[in-house]
Ligand binder design. Sequence first.
Ligand SMILES: Cc1cc2nc3c(=O)[nH]c(=O)nc-3n(C[C@H](O)[C@H](O)[C@H](O)COP(=O)(O)OP(=O)(O)OC[C@H]3O[C@@H](n4cnc5c(N)ncnc54)[C@H](O)[C@@H]3O)c2cc1C
Length: 317
Amino acid sequence: MKYKWFYPGVSVLMFATLYIAMALEFSPGSFQTLVAVVTGLLSYSIMLTLVLISIRPKSIEKKVGMTELYEIHGWMAMVIPVAILLHMIIFWSGLENVITLNLSPASLWGYMGVIMLIIVMLTGIFVLSDTFIKGSKALMKRKGGYNRNFQLWLHRLAIVSVIAIYLHMANIGFLSDNQVFMTLLTVYTGLTLGAYIVKKIHNLMLPKYQIVRTEKITPAIHEIELEATKGKAMEIEAGQFAFFRFVDSEVGREPHPFSFSASPRTKDGNLTVMIQEDGDFTDTIGQVKIGDKVTIEGPYGNFYPEAVQQSDKPMVF
Ligand SMILES: Cc1cc2nc3c(=O)[nH]c(=O)nc-3n(C[C@H](O)[C@H](O)[C@H](O)COP(=O)(O)OP(=O)(O)OC[C@H]3O[C@@H](n4cnc5c(N)ncnc54)[C@H](O)[C@@H]3O)c2cc1C
């Protein structure tokens, strides 16, 4: 339970330290200005934290669970539009100036960051996550019609938005003149973007597996067995899942989550998944062939006997 507060805690810590650093040299003066700086700093701290969540570190996921991690991501993200709206109302540049782009560099970067953020939020709410639309059959149906891979790329504009908002702050006189604040801001931003880049490079270098068996075990379910091309396969527990990317098959390259379906302790150590034809990607899974290469990111998931057992009573799932 307490791990659920890990990421909100990271945001609060970043926000509090940035605020204290800012307050060393700047006093808001009025309540309005106080609200504007609090909402601005809070939004940015949450934006950085959301990037950190998107890295899905195994150590945190193990404690919280992937579904909960996505939900925390969704709920924290919802603070941003409210905070940014307040921030923009207070520091509004005037419609005429916005239309004619008669804006300071700080405002220009700020508006650019916000425009990208709106795209990021729309893709998150309506396409990539179920958290806010699962109650609406119409929205859930519409969600299936979008090109998820394209929307995922749009969602990655979050990184560009972070850079734009960083430049927004770096162009505001009372912030850029404050060395402590700028150092802290640069360290938080650099560490977050650095962690994101390291994760992307790590994903490109994931150990490869090759398909050694494919079998259509029902009219719509394919069983696929994978063998590590070098060394041993990853250690898994029954009930865990991973993100599979078919890197040289005739199917899409986007990683998809599938659960391991065979015992983790097979004699040859191979990994097996059962994939049901259920949409754009899985409908094409019959096209993968023996010898095709696959990278596997994982294992993830905390629903396995050792993790969920509360007593020595038998369990039925
Ligand atoms: C933890 C977990 C374990 C899973 N285990 C299995 C399994 O063992 N066998 C199995 O057949 N299916 C499993 N699934 C479901 C499987 O991942 C989806 O059916 C598949 O990704 C759908 O992709 P699609 O393009 O075929 O379908 P679409 O019709 O395009 O998408 C259907 C829905 O699947 C989800 N989805 C699509 N692409 C992705 C993606 N890249 N990453 C995450 N979600 C996506 C979205 O919610 C989407 O609305 C699992 C899902 C999760 C979250």
